[in-house]
Design a protein around this ligand. Structure first.
Ligand code: ADP
Ligand code: MG
Length: 611
């Protein structure tokens, strides 16, 4: 019998290999866009027909190719981007494997026109199913135009496998957006069947994000920035109130490539966890930069998963950066910094108060060297989020003007605002036993008392557990509580945190516990029921959310301990609640995602009186 092993012809080998790189029209789009970017283009047009099934054309104004290079570019492993294996560790370009064009040419009819800026004439090359049909000089613009027609024309099985036009278009839009979001310095256009889908001028990143994601997004974006030795983080996150029920607006880029990273996604969602309703997803556009040696770059061209060597540090840095941005935004939006006049109140000779750069919750950042600032105790309350120097300066200025020594620095600003129009009056009114109504400089503010209290307690409980500083009131007569077996199990598991909250509690066998002391603000009566409710909440939270134990416990406690709707409050109680609320790191959304404050602006009110 004769020998049976043969080498496959190039065209067949290419077709097989092509399947790995080009799975659908969107993969070809991605490769062509990336090549155009690597070529240094400033303007890139993407034109497709029938969702890329009939035509994909990419026109760029990049460096172009010489007649020899354009012929070479279709050879497998033909690349201008690396020369040696060492180069692999220093890659700055998007492509480097030299596979894309060979793959595309194996399964489509391709026509290229390209001219280098310095050449008088360009080259036109036609290649189908890996075989060159013609190559000739031609007049064309500087740059390169790639036309890819009838993708998979020679691989019917593959072609039949493609999804409906709308589905394939969706994939192409995804790829296009991922590329456009990294290159605001390049103008892009994109049309399908003659219908323009995107028209993106050169702009700054924020504007580009808004242009790519659709109008109206500009105001929703909060900047995130963090520079460390391990990673540089920049980009934007969506305001909590713009969170969505779909994951559509979540983008990570590492060294200018779109990546997926469930672990880092978790870091961002954690940072948002007490700010958005359950079942919603935060929007984010986050750009990570790491040393090329710290990231596994030798990834498959169609894969978006990457590995970071220091993923744990990056997780912590990212979470803290997002948290800090949310805190800054939340404070500045609540205090209406744009309406600067409120800060003029009582600050003589200091007309221009600068918006302070607040770094909220520095304990989230393991890379900050400063020791934890001391917690301040104020009457009836346990913790305040520490302010930075600037805040303290601002407040102490205000404070020195104050006639009322009782207020701590932080609450002063708020008093300044609320007090401005109503020094002689109380300034607070309760509505429906549910909302606190108050005049502020820019209008009328309504505060949901229960949501507000939940926020305050949540931050206080969390701080207690993290600062390991509990306030306990001893029980005159120790109480025993008997729990279900599973609740008893949970209490035993959570005992360290429960003790940090201020409970003096000991197991007494058979699912029973002796309670010798409770947190200072804990009511004496109904201890058993309250504990059971808290545990119930804790378990519910475990089902839906991925919270750490402290976070979860603080939530469950806050939920059960907060004042209810329907409770009448005295003016002093309202004042205290409002003061405490605005000392929170995130005063406008409750841990369970409810809105706490809303402002009816003077403008709005005045408009109603116009005919
Ligand atoms: P890779 O991008 O991995 O190098 P490709 O097969 O995508 O491999 O491209 C092969 C080569 O063709 C590139 O290295 C580059 O030199 C050249 N090339 C491809 N597209 C363009 C373009 N739009 N403008 C200029 N040169 C290009
Ligand atoms: Mg390429």
């Amino acid at each position: 019998m004769s020998d049976i092993i043969r080498l496959l012809p190039d065209s067949v080998a290419n077709q097989i290999a092509a399947g790995e790189v080009i799975q659908r029209p969107a993969s070809a789009v991605k490769e062509l866009l990336e090549n155009a970017i690597d070529a240094g283009s400033r303007n890139i047009d993407l034109i497709i027909k029938d969702s890329g099934k009939t035509l994909i054309q990419v026109i760029d104004n990049g460096c172009g190719m010489s007649p020899t290079d354009v012929r070479m570019s279709f050879e497998r492993h033909a690349t201008s981007k690396i020369k040696t294996a060492d180069d692999l560790f220093r890659i700055k370009t998007l492509g480097f494997r030299g596979e894309a064009l060979a793959s595309i040419a194996a399964i489509a009819q391709v026509e290229v026109r390209t001219r280098r800026f310095e050449d008088e004439l360009g080259t036109q090359l036609i290649i189908e199913g890996s075989s060159v049909k013609s190559q000739q000089a031609c007049a064309c613009q500087a740059g390169t135009s790639f036309m890819v027609k009838n993708l998979f024309f020679n691989v019917p099985a593959r072609r039949n496998f493609l999804k409906s036009d709308p589905a394939e278009l969706r994939h192409i839009i995804d790829e296009f957006q991922r590329v456009a979001l990294v290159h605001p310095d390049i103008a892009f256009s994109f049309s399908n069947n003659g219908k323009p889908l995107f028209q993106l001028p050169v702009s700054n990143l924020k504007q580009r994000i808004a242009n790519v994601m659709g109008t109206g997004n500009l105001e929703k974006l909060i900047p995130v920035n963090q520079d460390t030795d391990v990673v540089r983080i920049s980009g934007f996150i969506g305001k909590p109130e713009s969170s969505r029920r779909t994951k559509g607006e979540q983008f990570f880029f590492a060294n200018n490539r779109f990546i997926r990273h469930p672990y880092l996604n978790h870091a961002v969602e954690e940072a948002f966890s007490d700010l958005i309703p359950e079942g919603n997803y935060p929007s984010y556009f986050i750009y990570l930069e790491v040393e090329t040696s710290q990231i596994d770059i030798n990834i498959h061209p169609t894969k978006t998963e990457v590995n970071f060597q220091e993923h744990q540090s990056i997780y912590a840095i990212l979470k803290s950066a997002v948290r800090a941005s949310l805190g800054k935004y939340s404070i500045s939006s609540t205090f209406d910094f744009d309406l600067n006049p409120m800060f003029d109140f009582g600050v003589p000779g200091n007309k221009q108060v600068v918006i302070p750069g607040v770094d909220v919750n520095p304990e989230f950042n393991p890379f900050v060297k400063n020791p934890q600032p001391e917690l301040r105790l104020s009457p009836g309350n346990i913790s305040r989020t520490p302010a930075t120097d600037q805040w303290e300066k601002l407040y102490s200025d205000l404070k020195s003007e104050s006639t009322d020594p009782e207020y701590s620095g932080q609450t002063m600003t708020f008093k300044a605002d609320f007090g401005a129009d109503s020094r002689d009056e109380t300034g607070f009114m309760q509505f429906l036993n549910k909302y606190i109504v108050s005049k502020v400089k820019s209008g009328i503010m309504l505060i949901d008392q229960q949501a507000a209290h939940e926020r305050i307690l949540f931050e206080q409980y969390l701080a207690r557990m993290e600062q390991k500083r509990s306030l306990t009131q001893q029980q005159l007569f120790p109480q025993t509580v008997k729990l279900s077996a599973s609740d008893a199990e949970l209490v035993t598991e959570l005992l360290p945190e429960i003790v940090l909250l201020g409970f003096l509690i000991e197991p007494f066998g058979q699912n029973t516990f002796i309670v010798n002391g409770t947190p200072a603000d804990f009511p004496d009566e109904n201890l058993q029921v309250l504990l059971e409710n808290i545990l119930e909440n804790y378990k519910n939270n475990q089902l839906g959310l991925k919270l750490d134990r402290k976070n979860n416990l603080a939530r469950a406690m806050a939920k059960n301990m907060s004042v209810r709707h329907g409770k009448a409050l005295t003016v002093e109680e309202m004042q205290a609640l409002v003061d405490d609320l605005f000392a929170c790191s995130v005063p406008n959304v409750s841990p369970s995602g409810r809105i706490i404050t809303t402002l009816i602006s003077t403008d709005e009110i005045e408009k109603r009186f116009l005919k």
